[in-house]
Structure formats: structure tokens, C-alpha cells
Design a protein around this ligand. Structure first.
Ligand code: C2E
Ligand code: CA
Ligand code: CA
Length: 576
């Protein structure tokens, strides 16, 4: 009896256990059905079971799916090898996991993350597969958005540099040095910075967008246009056989820019410059091609913009020279290879001296004396002008004070200052420090800036105002060649206009130059600015200027720039 009841108990336990197990399995299935798309197929892949979610998401009725293969849902997105690999794995008994893009009955797509588990018979052959899939369409869309963000420029929606480089690299791999039918156009908008700074970033953005549209309009659907940043664009032209084909598209781009761009009721006339490099002649890597297209562009900018140039080997020499020059410039600062020359500024009528302009020279140990036109632009581009300019300012102030201490007349020293220096947040402090250190009274210091600072430097006016409140004079150099209109100059914190030498050179023979100089003098008198004429070379220049009422000037007619010793001699003679 004892034993019997023992077995009785055991049996009830077993039944209970079985019931628990079944309940658990049912609950498990319920939970799974809530969360996942479940299907079972036979060894050949024909669907023999699916849950409701499968039908719901795929939009197919159960009877439409039963007995069918999953190929019914194929969106054609994945390459054949993708599923081949999957079948290889599951038929050998291994679980497969992967993402699949499927098609709903209505043709729209959905993404699933799938896990397929094979079930094997005693012979080690699969007899069914159970797949569990989770819909990940939202996540995939998010991924695509992120991909888009990572590979596109948000302003123009064009591909960005990263995308362009990837594409270019794969085009290069495909071609593998075969005869080129691939060209790179490096495009830069001319004078864009001016629009951006004068009319604001919103206007700048609209102009960039419009420029992007125009470039695209000029090309074919198959040509890739990307924005590198700022006002730089890059184009990949495929299937262009001859230079003439390339020129055809380049000219179409230039032509698209003929029409002024109008936004906010403003009209901007905008041109662009292009540099061209072709594969494999001008480079066999993506980086090299872009660098050389940029070199060609640089060449166009140098000779006057709104044009294009093909890269050639001469430019390679130039860019090599550039980097050699840059290195030499760096060591020149360290090795004190710079010195200053001083050009007298005087009253044209009385010849009385009132100041001098400091002009920098570079005494290169092998190349000899290099004029500033050869190295100032590069030092501005590289930022080397900042330490160099500091030295120039300090040396100018020191020398001027030293002449004053020696009893020479108290003259005003004019120092040229580049935009890049004024952009430096330290500039005001630096000037103050140098004046204190050299003990030069600020009223003897004049800073010459070019008109471009009003386009380039934010708060140019407030920086200049601050300098003026210290007692320093500000003059606008090369006046008449830049952007500022005469009426615009009225509102700027300046003291002097230096009429550009190019107007003085032919003032005696060209009525237009004469009229321009006349207008500048009239305006300056009306608003209380002084006018200094530069580049005076001839007696006729002096006569014209005197007639026009310009009394201050400098130029070879009076004296060339001189080293400090020679300038001292000049001072001595002048006093006498
Ligand atoms: P700039 O400021 O317009 O300087 C006047 C230039 O005209 C000087 O050339 C001067 O030597 C030259 N010049 C003077 N009188 C005559 C003349 O009668 N006829 C002709 N044809 N030329 C005359 P330089 O010294 O070669 O300087 C060229 C430019 O380099 C300067 O033009 C200025 O923009 C820049 N530069 C020179 N020194 C400095 C400097 O210390 N700092 C900065 N940032 N730029 C400088
Ligand atoms: Ca100057
Ligand atoms: Ca000048």
C-alpha cells in the first residue's frame, strides 16, 4: 500500500510537471508571437507554419503564404550570394543571423533582423528550419538618415568630401590605370567671402545653394557634384574622352554663372574659377588628383579668376616651390633674415618730410633679397604673417623712437598690417605692448590696412576704432582698387586714404584716372580725411596732383625705400 501510494504520487507529479511544461511552452509561444515574426519551413524552404504577425507585416493571407518559399518576399536588394551563403550555413546545421530587406504585398519594403535555426534528423540532415524575425524598418531608416548626414552636406544636400573621396577611390580601383575617361573639376566661387561678410551668412547660404544648383544644371545626371565646404565644390566627370569634352562642360558651368544671383531683393554677380585634373595623367590616387586640381585652380586665381586651367607639370614645380618657400619662410623668422626699408612721405609742394613707410625685405642667404610681393601672400595664407608682422611692428616702432631720441624731426611711421593680423584676437594688446615697450608715442604710429579688411574682418570697424582711440592713425592702402565705394568709406573709422599707385601712374595721360583721383580728393576733403598719393614717379604726376589739391605723397620721384642707415643720411640732408 505504501508502495502503491508512492507510485500514485509519482504519477500525479509527472502529470503536473507535464501540464506545467505545456503551459510554459504555450506562454512562451504567446510571448514570442507578440514580439517576433515566426515561421517554420521544411527542408526545401517551403513555409509550413507562420504566426499572425508574419501575415500582418507581410500583408499576405495565411493561405497565400502556406507552401510558398520566402522568395515571395524578396525585394531584390541583396545579391544572390547573400542567400547562397545563408543556405550553405543553415543546411550544414549552423544558425544564421542577418538583416534582410523584404517586400510587402503592396510593394513597400520592410527590414527584418532574422535568426534561422536548422533542426537536424538522425542522419545529420536538416528536416525543418525555424526562423524568428524582428522588424527593424525604423532602425534601418534611422541608419540611412545617419548615413545621409555623414555623407552629405546639409546646406546643399550634395555629397560631401567623404562620399566624394569614397566614390573617387572606387572609380580609380575600377579603372586601374587604364586610359582615362575620368576628370576632376575643382570649383571655387570668386569673391564669395565678400558676399558672406557684407550681406550676412543667410545671404551667403542662399548663394551657395544657388551655385550648387547651377553647377548641377550644367552637368549630366551621371556626373557627381560634391561640396567640399565653404565655397568649394568638386565634380567628377565620367566618360569624357578628350580635353574638348571637358572644356564643353567647364564652359557650361561658367556660362551658368553669367546670370546674377538674386536673393532678398539683392543681386549678386558671382563668377567661379575651375581647376582640372584627369586620371591617370595627373595623379593615380584620389588625394593626388584633388591636390592637383586644386593646384590648377590656384593658378587660375592667380591670373585673374572667372576662368579654368588644366593641371600641368609646370604647376607641380610651382607647388614644390611653394612648399620650399614656406619652409624657408619659417626658418627666416627664426634666423632674423628680415629687415626693413623706409620710404619717405612728404608734402608734394614744399617737399617737407612728415613720415615714412616701413617696407619689409627678406635677405635670403642663397637667393639674395626677395621683395615682399614674393612672400607676403604666402605668409598671409600660412599665418606666418602673424609672427612676422609682430617683428615688423616692433622694429618699426623701435627705429622711429631711436631716430627721435637722436634728435631727428618727429616723423610718423606707417606700418602695413595684413587682414590676417587684425583677425588675431591679440592684435590690440600686442600693439599696446609694443608701444609701451618701445616708448613710442601712439600719435607717431600709422597703420596701413587694405580695403579688403572691411569685407574680411568681422568687427573691423570696432577694432580700428579702438586703435584710433589709443591715438594711432589708420590709413586705407591701395584705395580705389578694392570693394569699397566712395560713399561707404564715410562711415569707417579712418584718417587717411592712400590713392593706389596705378591711378597716379597715368594720371597725366588718362582722363579716367585723373577723374578718379579728383573724386577721391573731393570726397576726402568733404569728410575730413587726408589723401596720400603713392607711386609718384614723374614731374607730371606731381603737377597733376598739385592741381587736383592733393598735397601729400610718396614715390620714386622723391625717393626709393632705403635701409635705415641710408634713411638716416637722407634725414640729415633733408634737415640741412
Ligand atoms: P604697398 O603697401 O602699396 O607699398 C608700396 C609699394 O610700392 C612698395 O613696394 C614700394 O617699394 C613701391 N613703390 C614706392 N614708390 C614707388 C614708385 O614711385 N613707383 C613704383 N612703381 N613703386 C613704388 P614693395 O616694398 O615691393 O612692397 C609691395 C607690397 O608688399 C606693399 O605694397 C605691401 O602691400 C606689402 N608689404 C611691404 N611691406 C610689408 C609689411 O611690412 N607688412 C605687410 N603686411 N605687407 C607689406
Ligand atoms: Ca602700404
Ligand atoms: Ca599701396
Amino acid at each position: 500500500m505504501m508502495e502503491n501510494s508512492f507510485y500514485e504520487k509519482d504519477r500525479t507529479n509527472n502529470i503536473q510537471e507535464l501540464e506545467d511544461t505545456i503551459k510554459n511552452l504555450r506562454d512562451l509561444k504567446f510571448t514570442l508571437d507578440q514580439a517576433a515574426i515566426v515561421s517554420i519551413t521544411d527542408a526545401k524552404g517551403a513555409i509550413i507554419y507562420m504566426n499572425d504577425l508574419f501575415c500582418e507585416i507581410s500583408q499576405y493571407k495565411r493561405e497565400e503564404l502556406m507552401g510558398k518559399n520566402h522568395r515571395l518576399l524578396n525585394s531584390g536588394y541583396h545579391p544572390k550570394e547573400y542567400f547562397k551563403e545563408m543556405w550553405k550555413q543553415i543546411s550544414s546545421g549552423l544558425t544564421w543571423e542577418g538583416e534582410v530587406r523584404n517586400l510587402k504585398k503592396d510593394g513597400s519594403i520592410y527590414w527584418v533582423q532574422a535568426t534561422i535555426v536548422p533542426f537536424m534528423d538522425e542522419k545529420g540532415k536538416p528536416y525543418k528550419y525555424i526562423s524568428i524575425r524582428k522588424e527593424i524598418t525604423k532602425q534601418k531608416q534611422l541608419e540611412e538618415e545617419i548615413f545621409h548626414l555623414a555623407y552629405h552636406d546639409p546646406l546643399t544636400n550634395l555629397p560631401n568630401r567623404r562620399m566624394f573621396m569614397n566614390q573617387l577611390r572606387s572609380e580609380i580601383i575600377e579603372r586601374n590605370n587604364s586610359k582615362s575617361n575620368l576628370s576632376i573639376l575643382f570649383i571655387d566661387l570668386d569673391n564669395f567671402k565678400f558676399i558672406n561678410d557684407k550681406w550676412g551668412h543667410d545671404a551667403g547660404d542662399l548663394v551657395i545653394k544657388e551655385a550648387a544648383n547651377r553647377i548641377k544644371e550644367a552637368l549630366r545626371q551621371t556626373d557627381m557634384v560634391a561640396r567640399l565646404g565653404g565655397d568649394e565644390f568638386i565634380v567628377m566627370l565620367k566618360d569624357v574622352q578628350e580635353d574638348d569634352d571637358i572644356i564643353h562642360y567647364v564652359k557650361q558651368i561658367l556660362a551658368k554663372f553669367q546670370k546674377p544671383i538674386s536673393t532678398y531683393g539683392q543681386e549678386y554677380s558671382l563668377t567661379c574659377s575651375l581647376g582640372i585634373a584627369t586620371y591617370p595623367e595627373n595623379g593615380d590616387s584620389a588625394e593626388q588628383l584633388i591636390t592637383n586640381a586644386d593646384n590648377a585652380l590656384y593658378h587660375v586665381k592667380g591670373r585673374g579668376k572667372n576662368d579654368f586651367a588644366f593641371y600641368n607639370n609646370k604647376m607641380k614645380v610651382q607647388s614644390l616651390e611653394r612648399s620650399l618657400l614656406e619652409n624657408a619662410l619659417r626658418s627666416a623668422i627664426k634666423n632674423n633674415q628680415f629687415y626693413l626699408e623706409y620710404q619717405p612721405k612728404q608734402n608734394i609742394a614744399t617737399k617737407e618730410l612728415f613720415g615714412m613707410e616701413a617696407l619689409v625685405r627678406w635677405n635670403h642667404p642663397e637667393l639674395g633679397i626677395i621683395p615682399p610681393g614674393k612672400f607676403i601672400p604666402l605668409s598671409e595664407e600660412t599665418g606666418l604673417i602673424v609672427p612676422m608682422g609682430e617683428w615688423i611692428l616692433r622694429e618699426s616702432c623701435r627705429q622711429t623712437k631711436s631716430w627721435q631720441k637722436q634728435g631727428f624731426p618727429e616723423l610718423i611711421i606707417s606700418v602695413n598690417v595684413s587682414v590676417r593680423q587684425l583677425e588675431d584676437s591679440n592684435f590690440i594688446d600686442l600693439v599696446m605692448e609694443i608701444l609701451k615697450e618701445t616708448e613710442l608715442d601712439p600719435k607717431y604710429l600709422e597703420l596701413e590696412v587694405t580695403e579688403s579688411i572691411f569685407a574680411d574682418v568681422k568687427n573691423a570697424a570696432s577694432i580700428l576704432q579702438e586703435l584710433r582711440s589709443m591715438g594711432i592713425k589708420i590709413s586705407v592702402d591701395d584705395f580705389g582698387t578694392g570693394y569699397s565705394s566712395l560713399s561707404y568709406i564715410k562711415h569707417l573709422p579712418i584718417d587717411i586714404l592712400k590713392v593706389d599707385g596705378s591711378f597716379i601712374q597715368d594720371i597725366h595721360s588718362n582722363d579716367e584716372s585723373k577723374a578718379i583721383v579728383k573724386a577721391i580728393i573731393t570726397l576726402a576733403n568733404a569728410i575730413g580725411l587726408k589723401v596720400v598719393a603713392e607711386g609718384i614717379e614723374l614731374e607730371e604726376h606731381v603737377d597733376e596732383l598739385k592741381n587736383g589739391g592733393c598735397l601729400l605723397g610718396q614715390g620714386f620721384y622723391f625717393s626709393k625705400p632705403m635701409k635705415s642707415e641710408a634713411f638716416e643720411d637722407y634725414l640729415k640732408i633733408n634737415i640741412a
